[in-house]
Design a protein. Sequence first.
Length: 540
Amino acid sequence: MPAPLVLLSARLLDPATGTFLPETALAAADGKITALGDDREIRALADAATTVIDLKGAVVTPGLTDGHLHPVSGAELTHGLDLSGCTDLDGVRAALAGEVAALAPGAWLHGWGLDPNVFGDRPVEAAALAPVLDGVPALLQLFDAHSMLASPRALELAGVDGPRAFDQAAEVVCDAAGRPTGLLLEDAACELVERAAPQPTREERRARLAAALRAMAAAGLTGGHAMDANGDSLAFYEELDAAGDLPLRLRVAPWCQPGTDDDGVRALIARQGTGGRLWHTAGVKLFMDGTIDNGTAWLERPDCHGESTHAFWPDPAVYTRIVGQLHAAGVPTATHAIGDAAVRHVLDAVEQARRADRNGVRHRIEHIETVPDDTLRRFAELGVLASMQPTHCCDFTRADHTDNWSRRLGEERAARAWRCRDLTDAGATVVLGSDWPIAPYPPLGVMAGARHRRPTRDLDQPPHGPEQALTALEALRGMTVHAAHAAGEEDRAGRLAPGYRADLTVLADDPLTTAATDLPDLPVLLTVLDGRPTHRDPRV
């Protein structure tokens, strides 16, 4: 039977070994690689209907997969004023002033990517942005997406005039007189004000998602582990998939929040495996803490402000019980754990679950920003995957530890930043991702950051913890072989071999020999999902 897709004159890179396969061409049909061989052999499998692409020596890797991203919420959060390029308060004020000047009377201003480092030593509060926002309802998402600044007018419209109590670790930050400062910590607090703002239509939200996914495919992504199923997410994926417009293969983990009862856990278990051709529900996402930058992480010792002392779950034992229920049902978990106490508790919970039921479920910890030595070996011992985002270290911290994250932690813990190297050497499987929209999604940038650990905007700056850098091959594995292993799909993804998925990323040159600082600019010539090109550069 003729193959619908044939790639010729290729260098086929095996991420398991870091070497090129002896073959120079491949054929794909029914979403799988059907044959590898030389150009003559594979060309013979084509007919008049086959898409034949001469790659002229370009490098083919298994499709790059982002191990942690939020497609739907990311498409929504990144609509509005991009503040991620602002490095000081003057820059933020100038950007806001320009946006305010273009607003219609009474319209809301939405911003995203605000770096708390721009506030320096002063508190993160709306007063720092007065008088630019006087009378303007504004919501400014901080880069961690766990906190936002609301202007006085936005708070007024939402009816938020003092502290609130929540079932999870969330807070409306108030001054000594009980007046809100504008800083809202975690979803439950942010939603109080978000609900008062005008909402985009469903059609607008779906269009933004589709555009974001197309851009991801153009950047070389063929798949992603989507760490939420909130709102219309699953319906959007289903609609795009049915229409043939889903350009990424998505593995979706719905959230389990504090307050979830036994019926809620059973519903999460029942949802597993549902989906379509290119997306499915697999696993459950939980949170053990918030973020270091806003003082809601869970640390074994408080930060310099006396914060980050509590778990996200008011009773961590309930989290442990739910992990045990999911484990016994064969459901993998992915837990957001940034602080050392949070990471330790997740490892303890998995260990307890494994003692009760020795099944082969693969659990994950997401982020792992600072951990002490005695936790490293436990990842491999317990089979817990380390899902990490090295570009967070690159772009939101500094080598001299003058950034907000490092100052909060102090020298000892800041020196344990994103221990990708130590976890790898301890035998852990390290999966790489972006956590988009927290950091940019282009996978070559993620792999580059794992190698150079320098600020993306200024690569001449020194690296933060260069001893924790991964090699080029380890970085590639983190978005191919290890991503497949994390999904339990190593028998059908992450390799270039007959019978494996025809999810492919084609690069202009070898990512293993391209300098880390040059890697983000390496052209992506072709992206193939399920045997179908989703991006094709004019050069091929």
